[in-house]
Design a protein around this ligand. Sequence first.
Ligand code: FES
Length: 136
Amino acid sequence: MDQHKFINRKTFLRLATFGVAATFVVLWSTMAGKNKQLSEQTAVSRINAAKLGTGIFLFDKFIVVKSTSSLKVFSNKCTHAGCRINLEIAGQLVCPCHGSRYDSSTGKVLQGPAGLPLSTIPFDTDVKTGEITIKI
Ligand code: FES
């Protein structure tokens, strides 16, 4: 009697399909985990605020507004749909996408469609060097 067992084509295709699907699930969950780790990383920026002078300074990920008496850091992400605010006109921070305008000293909305003020970003100041550390 023949001791070899063969699987038929239908069983083979089912096993192959299951194997491919399982591989995709494992790869997808691995990639999703790595993306989550990347998005949770905190970026740190250091700026020597003492050398900035006064004014509005538009950086890649935030906006620094410095007067003679205060220093504020705002997110440059528009609260309407997330565009990067990269314009300053007459003391107003302007979103290039749909024209929302924010007060540069408070972050409050002056003109929509944005409905919420800009987020303030906390920072640490080194009083010896004047350097500020911003964690985003
Ligand atoms: S994303 Fe800024 S106004 Fe729409």
